[in-house]
Write a protein that binds this ligand. Structure first.
Ligand code: NAD
Length: 391
């Protein structure tokens, strides 16, 4: 008989969309990665909503569900804490967990603003615990192919990077005034929510060859300045509310920016949460002096590449990610079979668990969140001051 693996006790704070995706990822880990040296066990959930707590125990089999995250952090059988509540809880929970010697998996953007992210990073460094951050688009196999093409020089020297993250989740004027629209609870609006993913994706794909974003100039706008207050118990992201009182939206719906990379490349970043007709239109295009690539999340398994060596009239080909690209092979046996969003979180969980077992950083960590938060902070400063700023 195979000896039982050492258990890794999991605690999840915030059992909304992300808390549930993290939980499913832990459950699925042994199915996809049977050789992992630790066996995650769902120990406890903390959520202020009683319905969510009931769901956690009844449907996910959590042994305990508490309303105060402090009890979860102090739980002797919790070894790793998923910080999946709204942005305003990230800092307090992640710092307390690290100080208690627990590893952390913190959702992006890791706090409301740069100071929150820094506090989390300092606590993780001081405690010597391992961390993961929810920059899940890094885990897409086609993105792995893109990164390798750029790093191998197949596109030549990177000249331009275009990142666009457009969503319609807040496009309805009756979109409820959830925590996402309140700076006290969310910090920034679309900058932390979507642009943070784009900043990380650009750095992940071209950082090795083009360097980090060193300077930028940004503009931002709030197109829907008032929204109706939510109905009790309404989910946050896509929920609408009609009638009743309205309140002010306190952060930006849209941001656009010109970017300069340390190595000389130029970039354009644009992100909106109120873009009618756009559902998860998240993508990146990279143009080098000899080739180009394009990736779009809605066709996650495809990478478009123009690398036939022709400078003019170069032809595009579409590569379907398959075994050999990232972790594709642990999910599907052949190219063209579709992976899903939740699979990206399974990869993220694997990176974290292996990094705990091997006591070294693997995958996106809070240090990567700090890089994205530093660039996000520059977006905010530039838009406020209406000028180019250093990152
Ligand atoms: N990586 C990604 O692609 C991605 C996608 C969506 C959300 N997120 C991030 O995940 C986080 C959560 O977003 P979501 O969409 O799951 O939100 P959500 O509103 O669906 O869920 C948040 C949950 O936290 C609970 N909560 C609120 N205050 C709490 C507290 N003090 N203690 C414990 N629980 C508390 C709420 O009751 C709710 O169940 C955000 O930081 C968001 O930026 C990341």
């Amino acid at each position: 008989m195979t000896p039982a693996l050492p258990p890794l006790g999991v605690g999840v704070v915030g059992f909304g969309w992300m808390g549930q995706v993290h939980s499913r990822a832990y459950v699925r880990l042994p199915h996809h990665y049977p050789d992992l040296p630790l066996q995650p066990r769902l120990v406890a959930v903390a959520d202020t909503d009683a319905g969510r707590r009931a769901q956690a125990t009844a449907m996910y089999g959590y042994a305990e569900a508490v309303d105060d995250w402090r009890a979860l952090v102090a739980h002797p059988h919790v070894d790793v804490v998923s910080v999946a509540g709204p942005n305003f809880v990230h800092r307090d929970v992640a710092v307390a967990a690290a100080e208690a010697g627990k590893h952390v998996w913190v959702e992006k953007p890791v706090g409301r603003h740069l100071a929150d992210t820094r506090a989390v990073v300092e606590a993780v460094r001081a405690a010597g615990v391992r961390s993961a951050v929810g920059f899940n688009y890094r885990n897409v196999p086609a993105v792995d192919l893109a990164r390798r093409l750029v790093s191998d020089g197949r596109l030549g020297t990177v000249e331009t990077v275009t990142v666009r993250l457009f969503s319609d989740y807040a496009a309805h004027p009756d979109g409820a005034l959830s925590w996402r629209f309140d700076p006290e609870f969310a910090g920034t609006g679309v900058i932390g929510d979507l642009a943070s993913h784009g900043l990380d994706l650009a750095r992940h794909i071209v950082g090795e060859s083009a360097g980090d974003i060193s300077e930028l100039v940004a503009d931002s706008a709030t197109f829907i300045p008032e929204r109706p207050e939510p109905q009790p118990g309404a989910g946050s992201h896509y929920a609408t509310a009609t009638g009743g009182r309205t309140g002010p939206v306190g952060n930006e719906d849209h941001v656009s920016a010109l970017l300069r990379f340390a190595g000389g490349a130029r970039g354009v970043l644009e992100s909106s949460r109120v873009a009618v007709g756009e559902q998860c239109t998240y993508g990146i295009e990279v143009h080098g002096d000899r080739g180009a690539l394009a990736w779009d999340f809605r066709r996650m398994g495809e990478l478009r590449v123009a690398d036939d060596g022709a400078y003019i009239d170069a032809a595009w080909r579409t590569v379907f990610a398959g075994p050999g690209a990232g972790d594709f092979a642990v999910f599907q046996p052949g190219a063209g079979l579709a992976m899903g969003y939740d699979d990206l979180k399974v990869v993220e969980a694997e990176r974290l668990v292996r990094s705990i077992a091997e006591d070294r950083p693997i995958g996106a960590t809070v240090e990567d969140a700090l890089a994205a938060a530093t660039a996000a902070d520059a977006l905010v400063r530039s838009a406020a001051e209406r000028r180019w700023v250093e990152v």
